[in-house]
Each structure stands twice: as C-alpha cells, then as structure tokens.
Design a binder for this molecule. Structure first.
Ligand SMILES: Cc1ncc(COP(=O)(O)O)c(C=O)c1O
Length: 402
C-alpha cells in the first residue's frame, strides 16, 4: 500500500522533527538532560490526587459521560482565577480542553483556512506550529516593536493567498525564550489586531510560574479593560493545569467571547465529546485545596533552579554566547556565535559530554536560525545543573575550535 498516494495534503504538513531521533538517546542513565520542559515529578501533589480520586470514585459520576463545555465546578473555579487576573467572565466564557494543546488545535481548526496567515513570535512554541500546520497556514513574523505596518502584514498575507487570522504568542515566560512581553507591547498588539481585524491567541501555559518582577496583566485583561466586556474582545486565552498540578491528566481551558466558546464546544463534541470526566473532577478537587500554597512552593523551587542555571551559565559559557534572564517559566534561551549550529552541537554534546538540550531551529516557523538552544531548568538542583552546564560549555568551546 502506497499511503502517500492517498494522504490528505494536511497530513503531509505534519512532520516528525529530526531532533526526536537524537532525544531518544536520553533514556541512558548517565545523560544530563535540559531538554524536556516538564514539571519535576517530585513536585506533583500525588497524595492530594490519590485522596481526591478515592473521593470522586465514591459514586459513578466520574466514570460517566459529561457535557462538552466541561465540569461546571471546575469552570467556576477557573472563572474565579481569571477574575483575579482582571479577566471578568462567566462560566459560559470557559471551555475545558484536554490540555491547552487541544485548544491550539481547535483554534487552528476554527480560524485557519489553507494559505491564511498566522502571525507567530520568532521563535515560538514548537507545539503550536505543530498544531496549526494541519490547517495549512502560512506563517509571518509577529513584531511587537512596531517596525512593520498593518499594510505590510496585509500585503504579505494577500500575496500568500489568504488573510491574517490571528497572532499567537505566550505573553509570560514563553517557550522557548522564557521572555515576557511588556504591558506596552501587549497594548500595541491589541491595536494591531484591531486594525488587522484578526484574533489574538494568548497562551498562558506558564502564567502562574513567576519568580521575580512585577506581574503584567494578561492581554485579554487589558482588552477587557479597554472595551468593557469580554464579549467585545478578540483575544482568546488558553490556560493549563499541566505546569502546576499534572500534565498527565490533560486538563486545560479556553476563555473567550461566548460566540467563540460555542463554536469550540461544537468542535469538541465532534472530536472527543468532552475531556475525561474523572480527570476534571479530580483536578477540581485538588485545585480547590490550597492551589496558591502549592504554586508558591513551585515558585520557590523553580525560581531557585532558575538562579542556579543562570549562575552556572555565567561561570561556564565562553565569550560570544548570550542567554535570556527569564522572570518565570521553565526555560533559558541561549544564543551561540553565528557559526555554530544547535543541532550539530547537540549531536557532539550527546556523544562527547552526555548532555542534552533542544536545538533552536525547530522553534522558528521558517527554520531560519540554527545558532540557538533551549535549556530547561525545571528538573535539576545545583550539583547536576553545575555539571551539565559545564559540559555544555566544554562542548561549545570544542565546536568553536573546529
Ligand atoms: C507554550 C505552551 N503552550 C501549550 C503547551 C501545551 O501544554 P498542555 O497541553 O499540557 O496544557 C505547552 C507545553 O509544553 C507549552 O509550552
């Protein structure tokens, strides 16, 4: 069977990345990995989950089908959290999704036709590109410095054969750079989207994990403050429990104007009916039990690990290497001298130093820049971070001498 003869064009857009092969080597015990962007398993509230699951399973509700919108008590809890961030809404503005990754897929499906333009940060979250690719868009670079005019964006989109449909970004502690955009940049983005008449997809996956500096209101909060009502807003916010409570349970959410949520509910009905009932009920119970105390602990631990990584980089990186100083999240983004390539460095670093990271090229929609690395600081304490960053330093020095 020649499957390629009958595949849909969208399937051809979905490709495995070449780095996956290299990262398979990570299972070897003596490799130090800064590659995965995952929570430390030791910080997941396993006992609370065990107790909550036992409680939920006292009756059969958690084993039953439920509504596509999501478990109402969980939506009410999320509404309270959103309100604290300045996002005034009702439960009808919230849809529970199977992780925020599903929200990205649905939003791509909702908004992108073939050849439409998605504006994305340069670099951006690799998984968002993966989700959107299936809908055959064209990517253009989102610039928040105001150095591209509305007419330029529109002309580029028209030339590509479609319209600008949305701008996607992580406003807080982005994956991969760890950087946060300023309030002024957020305001400018709302202006730009108003002029382009496109949506803003605000990915809040890391929003709760701030270690220092002042919180900046979400873009959706700023837009509500301007326009007075979420129903008038073009920003669609996605959130997640993956970085705080559990990535394995796959519980995330979308907050947006009711019209958007109603359409996403239809999509969810068609795709998977609803997010696992048991998971939603258990997450609702665990979230209601001192979520702020739990997140404060995560902030303390991850904040310390971030500092350890920044200290180690300052000590070990050769001249010509620079890196971001994130105020939260899980990642530091390293820029190597132009002549080096992150993927080649990974191959050498794995073979010669037994250390891993994610090369940066895959985070650029056009694959244009190769001299970057993403390092995650979420898993390791001082001894491992110091040793691992020293190994990367040696691998870079060696590559520079070639
Ligand atoms: C920026 C960003 N958005 C979304 C996701 C998807 O997370 P989940 O589907 O687990 O909520 C991730 C996961 O790493 C991420 O880094």
């Amino acid at each position: 069977m020649q499957w390629s003869d009958i595949l849909a064009s969208r399937a051809l857009r979905m490709k495995a990345s070449e780095i996956r092969e290299l990262l398979k080597l990570l299972d070897q015990p003596d490799i130090i990995s800064f590659a995965g962007g995952i929570p430390d398993p030791a910080l997941l509230p396993v006992e609370k989950f065990a107790a909550a699951t036992a409680e939920v399973l006292r009756d059969t509700g958690g084993l039953q089908y439920s509504v596509s919108e999501g478990f109402l008590p969980l939506r009410k809890w999320i509404r309270g959290r959103m309100e604290k961030l300045g996002i005034a809404c009702t439960e009808e503005n919230i849809l529970i999704t199977s992780g925020s990754q599903q929200a990205l897929d649905y939003l791509g499906k909702l908004l992108l036709g073939p050849k439409d333009t998605a504006l994305v940060s340069w670099p951006t979250y690799l998984g968002a590109l993966g989700a959107f690719n299936a809908y055959e868009p064209v990517y253009d670079r989102l610039s928040l410095r105001g150095n591209r005019t509305v007419a330029q964006y529109q002309a580029a989109a028209a030339e590509a054969g479609g319209k600008v449909k949305f701008a996607y970004l992580s406003a807080d502690f982005s994956n991969p750079t760890g950087l946060t955009i300023t309030r002024e940049e957020r305001e400018r983005l709302i202006d730009l989207a108003d002029e382009l008449n496109c949506a803003i997809l605000e990915d809040g996956a890391y929003q709760q994990l701030r270690y220092n500096g002042e919180a900046v209101p979400p873009i959706l909060a700023l837009e509500i403050a301007r326009k007075g009502d979420i129903e008038k807003c073009r920003t669609i916010y996605s959130g997640s429990f993956s970085k705080t409570l559990s990535p394995g349970l796959r519980v995330g959410w979308v907050v947006a104007a009711r019209e958007v949520i109603e359409r996403l509910v239809l999509m969810k009905q068609a795709a998977d009916l609803h997010t696992a009932t048991l998971n939603q009920m258990v997450v609702a119970k665990v979230a209601a039990d001192d979520f702020d105390g739990h997140v404060a602990h995560l902030r303390e631990v991850y904040g310390r690990r971030r500092d350890l990584m920044l200290d180690a980089l300052a000590r070990e990186m050769p001249e010509g290497v620079s890196w971001t100083k994130p105020e939260g999240g899980m990642f530091v983004w390293v820029t190597l001298p132009e002549a080096l390539d992150g993927a080649e460095l990974l191959a050498a670093a794995l073979a010669e130093e037994k250390v891993a990271f994610v090369p940066g090229r895959a985070f650029f929609a056009d694959g244009s820049r190769g001299n970057m690395l993403r390092l995650s600081f979420s898993l390791h304490e001082k001894a491992v971070t110091d040793e691992g960053i020293a190994r990367i330093g040696r691998a870079i020095r060696r590559a520079l001498q070639k």
